[in-house]
Design a protein around this ligand. Structure first.
Ligand SMILES: [Fe+2]
Length: 334
């Protein structure tokens, strides 16, 4: 764990769930645990007590199952990346075709945009408006930047996730305007999370149902900032439709038992993650200056391959209600 941001750096999915402690030692306020797989972990006792005793247990809602909203083109095999000409953003008729691609597939990309902020701001204005957050409303992000402690600023591969699990109103879309790219790697990785949720429910309905009912807490911590929010990884509306995925193991807070369910939740969480991280589902979007990529953060998981060299982009979030509104205004939904 990054001691300052509290972001998780350990691959918790790789830990054998049957691992057991073989020895413990307390040194003042510190607890060391030796595990039967040969590892040793260290724990601050005051933190363990605070997490284990003081925190409210998550609520568990009664429900069963979910449906996928009609009219989407779910994809569970890698799509070929494709790009609209960036001139489409300025063309009222052809823009609707691009917007419909976003609605059907959860993403849309453009090539040939002029470098700078203008194209990205126009694209954001087609969908809504840049939504302000702790990162500002319109970001310039470069590898090696240090304004925030987030793992997005590093060069290692980013496990696929959704953004804003620590926000009560997670960003609806994420928009990247690629400005600089040298070296290798650094592709955007996209996964259709709704397709993965459908397949997960078909294979493991009880586990999928549990993830619609158990709220997972997430946090974002840096100096002067401490955000916390929680909701089920699979959020279902009152009509039983899946409406939003929330899954970010970097920002996940510790799971606590509710009705004795924590082992089942961990199993379900890991099982869902095993479905959606199957590389056979991944769409890799290679980066090139002048490309724009926007995707639905409530439906798609995104990540990034490891990279070398320089990689810089402008980016912003927009709200999901604005995205839904854009679809209605264009006559694509009612
Ligand atoms: Fe992200």
């Amino acid at each position: 764990m990054n001691p300052e941001s509290k972001q998780r750096l350990t691959d918790t999915f790789a830990i054998d769930p049957s691992v057991t402690p073989v020895a413990v030692a307390i040194d003042g306020s510190w607890l060391d645990v030796d595990w039967d797989d040969g590892t040793r972990t260290g724990h601050d006792i005051a933190t363990l007590l605070r997490v284990g005793e003081a925190r409210r247990r998550p609520a568990v809602r009664a429900s069963s199952g979910f449906a996928i909203p009609a009219g989407l083109q779910l994809w569970s095999e890698p799509q070929e990346p494709s790009w609209f000409d960036a001139g489409v953003i300025d063309d009222d008729d052809r823009w609707i075709e691009a917007l419909d691609h976003l609605r059907l597939h959860g993403w849309v990309a453009f090539d040939g945009a002029a470098l700078g902020e203008t194209a990205a701001r126009k694209l954001a204005a087609r969908i809504g408006y840049p939504r302000s957050s702790i990162f500002g409303d319109f970001w310039e992000m470069k590898s090696g930047a240090t304004e925030h402690m987030d793992s997005a600023y590093e060069t290692f591969a980013l496990d696929v996730h959704t953004d804003g699990t620590y926000s009560h109103d997670a960003p609806g879309t994420i928009l990247f305007a690629q400005q600089v790219r040298t070296g290798d790697g650094g592709d955007s990785v996209l996964i259709d999370g709704f397709a993965a949720a459908r397949d997960f429910q078909a294979a493991n309905p009880d586990a999928a149902d549990l993830l619609t009912r158990y709220s997972v807490r997430a946090h974002y911590i840096e100096p002067g900032v401490h955000l916390v929010a929680e909701r089920p990884p699979l959020r279902v509306d009152d009509d039983g439709n899946l409406v939003q995925l929330s899954f970010n193991n970097y920002d996940r807070a510790p799971l606590l038992p509710a009705d004795g369910l924590v082992d089942e939740v961990i199993d379900a969480y890991n099982a869902f993650r095993a479905v959606f991280t199957d590389s056979a589902r991944a769409l890799l979007h290679p980066w090139k200056p002048g490309r724009l990529l926007v995707f639905d953060n409530w439906r798609l998981f995104h990540g990034r391959t490891e990279f070398t060299g320089d990689r810089a982009f402008f980016g912003c979030y927009t709200n999901h209600e604005d995205l839904e509104g854009a679809y209605r205004v264009a006559g694509l939904t009612t």
